[in-house]
Design a binder for this molecule. Structure first.
Ligand code: PXL
Length: 277
């Protein structure tokens, strides 16, 4: 029997709210990939709609954890970063450099903005710091707002075409990202999708746009994408699967459940779609 791949996710633990590590751990595991976690901070709940939160920064623990792993020769086949703060970027780059198994893959979701705006708590210069993580990524997974901000551009939410998307994608490759998976792309109000590029061609995948928007869907998308790529799917197939799981999770979420999506209800579908992969 072959050993499962081991991925290290580096992002916060929002104790309540269905985002970041509490999404990555179950979904990467459901893909049949071992999921280790390096928590960058602990929050009582996420910052996207709750009136207040506690925030314990764990940056100062990161170097000691890395040192322990180096001492024990702990290595990872993949790294997946999500919501992180500026002082954590150098420690993350260090863990990625020193705890990588041969051929380790870096997935970077620059989780910092949506719908044209940075999340509460990030200043206007943060995207240029996040760009440093994206520069070394094998796969970068921004939404359109994050992509524009990474490139120092004003976010554009509608009224664009393929040439605009392809300019943004080219900009992200120029930053250093090997593969680009751009989410939240829409040329037609009825459909929402993803542009996937390996630097030589851009391909698209669309699903019907659901009427309900929901928090944490970027984290569901990135977790499934990373798990599926490690199970051997192509970037386009992994992106299509991740989008289907996001749609299934949104459809399984009652309106009263405002702070996240009931992704656990989509796990059986995820497991069955990956059977045999
Ligand atoms: O889902 C992204 C995310 C992750 N972690 C925290 C957040 C958010 C988005 O608001 O607040 C703490």
């Amino acid at each position: 029997m072959t050993a499962p791949k081991r991925l290290l996710t580096i992002q916060d633990v929002s104790c309540v709210g269905q985002c970041s590590a509490t999404v990555a751990l179950p979904l990467v595991s459901a893909c049949g990939v071992e999921c280790a976690a390096l928590p960058s901070a602990v929050l009582s709940n996420h910052t996207g709609g709750f009136p207040s939160w506690t925030f314990r920064d764990l940056t100062s623990d990161m170097a000691g954890i890395e040192a322990e792993w180096r001492k024990q020769d702990v290595r990872f086949d993949a790294f997946y970063t999500g919501y992180v703060c500026e002082p954590q970027i150098d420690p993350i780059l260090s863990v990625m450099e020193h705890c990588a198994a041969p051929g380790a893959v870096r997935f970077v979701d620059p989780a910092m903005a949506d719908n044209g705006k940075l999340y509460v708590g990030f200043g206007p210069d943060f995207p240029s710091k996040m760009a440093r993580l994206c520069a070394g990524a094998d796969y970068v997974l921004p939404n359109l707002t994050e992509a524009a901000l990474l490139l120092g551009r004003e976010p554009v939410l509608s009224g664009y075409g393929e040439s605009f998307v392809e300019e943004i994608v080219a900009g992200l490759h120029a930053l250093g990202a090997k593969n680009v998976v751009l989410t939240g792309v829409s040329f037609d109000p009825a459909r929402l999708g993803t542009a996937v590029s390996d630097g030589s061609s851009v391909r698209y995948d669309f699903n019907p746009r659901l009427s309900r928007m929901a928090h944490g869907t970027g984290d569901v998308f990135a977790s499934v994408f990373a798990g599926a790529v490690l199970r051997g799917l192509s970037a386009l197939d992994a992106s299509a699967l991740a989008a289907d799981i996001v749609c299934a999770a949104i459809e399984a979420t009652p309106d009263s459940h405002w702070y996240g999506v009931c992704f656990e209800r989509a796990i059986p579908l995820l497991v069955s779609r990956l059977a045999g992969a």
